[in-house]
Ligand binder design. Structure first.
Ligand code: HEM
Length: 188
């Protein structure tokens, strides 16, 4: 399929998904928790998805034609993280910065999320062709390999945020482990 059509479908799919989750949130017993959790989980899947591109395109070289898909998965992942944090800051803590600071200090998992967010910022800002030209491909690639740190931090945050044991973050962490194994064994 034509790359432009694939990208268009991704954007449309994400816009429908966000709208749909907005409607579901209105009907949820706890709107804030629903929004915070669904945005956090979606971000985790999208960010992990960006790392799947390298091994999959080695298996199916034609996938390299769709490398731009990775950029937009990452950018949508970043948007989901922003929604996640905006919900936390505004709806959960009503901009009470001292209370937020206390919460951050009391919870290692929030630190992991914060570090992941900080590392995501330069990646999101440089996810465009202009930045690749300005930085040069090697430096740009070096900067973007930080994704291999961001995803473990995000999934560590997800795992530690669970109050009741859930299989979902464990499955994602296992996929990540396999990916890392592949990365160090086969990647050039
Ligand atoms: C890359 C960055 C991040 C990702 C991918 C992420 C993802 C997630 C996920 C998947 C969950 C669990 C949702 C569930 O249980 O269904 C979660 C929970 C949470 N996250 Fe994040 N998060 C990130 C950054 C942050 C940041 C920066 C903060 C706050 C400053 C934060 C605050 C929280 C809180 C308070 C919870 C809920 C914990 C609870 O259940 O009480 N997250 N996050």
């Amino acid at each position: 399929m034509d790359l432009r059509r694939v990208l268009w479908l991704i954007h449309l799919g994400m816009i429908i998904f966000v709208g749909w989750q907005g409607v579901m949130a209105m009907q949820a017993a706890d709107l804030v928790t629903y929004l915070r959790d669904v945005s956090g989980r979606t971000a985790s899947y999208l960010l992990l998805g960006t790392l799947l591109f390298a091994p999959l395109s080695r298996l199916w070289p034609r996938l390299r034609l769709y490398i731009k898909v990775r950029r937009y998965l990452g950018l949508w992942g970043f948007c989901m993280v922003l929604i996640h944090v905006i919900v936390w800051v505004s709806l959960e803590f009503a901009f009470d910065w001292s209370l937020m600071w206390q919460e951050v200090n009391d919870n290692l998992f929030i630190w992991l999320g914060l570090v992941a967010l900080i590392l995501l910022l330069p990646m999101a800002v440089t996810s465009n062709n202009k930045a690749v030209r300005r930085l040069g491909f090697r430096r740009w690639q070096g900067l973007h390999s930080v994704a291999y740190l961001i995803v473990p931090l995000s999934l560590g945050h997800y795992f530690m945020a669970q109050k009741v044991a859930s299989g979902e973050p464990i499955v994602l962490l296992l996929v990540l482990l396999l990916l890392m194994f592949w990365r160090f064994k086969y990647a050039d």
